[in-house]
Design a protein around this ligand. Structure first.
Ligand code: SF4
Length: 354
């Protein structure tokens, strides 16, 4: 059986995906052993990214008020979730939040706007904000703004946008079960428009929405076909008031298997353990760093996540390092201690009291 894991790793190192049969086995096989699978997924992760972890901070720049009906989203017209709704934040507020993300050591600042997609006028305003952030702070800028046509993508590309996110979310055949106001093909068109204009596309999925394993496999292969270099893997956060809620399929092990699958199908892509990391992976959270090389900190669109210090501590305790920004703070490691490099030191005032 161990040849199977070695063969999966070897194929990924050659840039080849597993067969569809093996892909389904990774998700469903009763004889899958988790640690060898994680090790197989770690081989391409280490080849392409070493032990580095990219940290992303999300900013919900515009919240709620969306005319679309994505059933998993608390900002949709059909959701009764009690969220705070607001139009696009003032520019200065967005700059202040970008500065905070840069100071906290994040590699990327991801601005997310609810809605079907921006008008040309709204795209121009966003372009000015992107220019402003890039001029002021050493941080890459990503944007998630709904459906985008080539006309909009060109404006954003000229402003220096690094990445445009638009998740496929689930397979084409499962898509009508989660949304009726736009199609899977609309989402694919957005990614193609971004790429055509020279913006890196970022696209992933949400697992736990009543899909079958073959749907997850299908999305993984389609992202590979579209050559998407950045893949967020979300685990549905069940929010009361949303039409689509947790289907009960998500265990920490299933989440890890799904992350391994995405890594093995897309060996060189940035695989991000995204929404739902803390709640669904729970005590196995740190193991996600074997297949994934990227994560969000400080929460998601309408829910909180682990604080940045906790996440940095988890990364370092697992033997990985935060990528890039030398400004990343030294984390606190529990009452009375601080980290100095890899050493835990008692804080001076505590030492005095001891
Ligand atoms: S996912 Fe985006 S388009 Fe869909 S309802 Fe939420 S904000 Fe609107």
């Amino acid at each position: 059986m161990f040849e199977t894991y070695a063969a999966l790793a070897e194929r990924a190192l050659q840039g080849e995906p597993p067969s569809e049969r093996d892909a389904l086995w990774i998700l469903d096989g009763e004889d899958v052993a988790l640690l060898p699978l994680l090790q197989a997924a770690f081989a391409p992760r280490e080849r392409h990214f070493g032990r580095r972890v990219m940290v992303h901070v999300l900013n919900n720049v515009q919240n709620g008020l969306c005319p679309e009906d994505c059933g998993y989203c608390s900002q949709s017209r059909d959701s009764d979730a009690p969220i705070r709704k607001y139009a696009m934040k003032p520019d200065e507020e967005i700059f202040a939040e970008a500065e905070a993300a840069a100071r906290a050591g994040a590699s990327r600042y991801c601005m997310v706007l609810s809605g079907r997609g921006p008008s040309v006028a709204a795209t121009r305003r966003l372009a000015e904000v992107i220019r402003g952030v890039k001029e002021r702070f050493p941080i890459e800028v990503c944007l998630s703004v709904g459906l985008v046509e080539e006309e909009h993508a060109r404006i954003l590309a000229e402003a220096g946008l690094d990445r445009l996110n638009h998740n496929l979310n689930t397979s084409a055949s499962h898509y009508p079960d989660i949304c009726s106001t736009h199609s899977y093909e609309d989402r694919v068109r957005t990614l193609v428009a971004a790429k055509k204009c020279g913006i890196e596309p970022c696209s992933g999925l949400i697992i736990g929405m009543g899909e079958e394993s073959r749907d997850i496999v299908e999305v993984g292969f389609h992202l590979r076909e579209l050559e998407v270099p950045s893949i967020p893997v979300n685990f549905l956060i069940p929010i009361e008031g949303n039409p689509v809620t947790d289907d009960g399929s998500l265990t920490p092990e299933r989440c890890l298997r799904a992350l391994c699958l995405m890594r093995l199908i897309n060996p060189a892509a940035e695989i991000r353990v995204a929404g739902g990391r803390e709640g669904h992976l729970r005590h196995l959270d740190a193991l996600s760093l074997w297949p994934a090389n990227s994560l969000f900190v400080e929460g998601y669109l309408t829910t909180r996540g682990d604080a940045i210090d906790d996440t940095y501590r988890m990364i370092r305790d697992a033997g990985f390092e935060v990528e890039g920004n030398p400004a990343s703070p030294t984390p606190e490691i529990g009452a009375g201690f601080r980290l100095d490099g890899d050493r835990a030191l008692l804080k001076p005032d505590v030492a005095r009291d001891a």
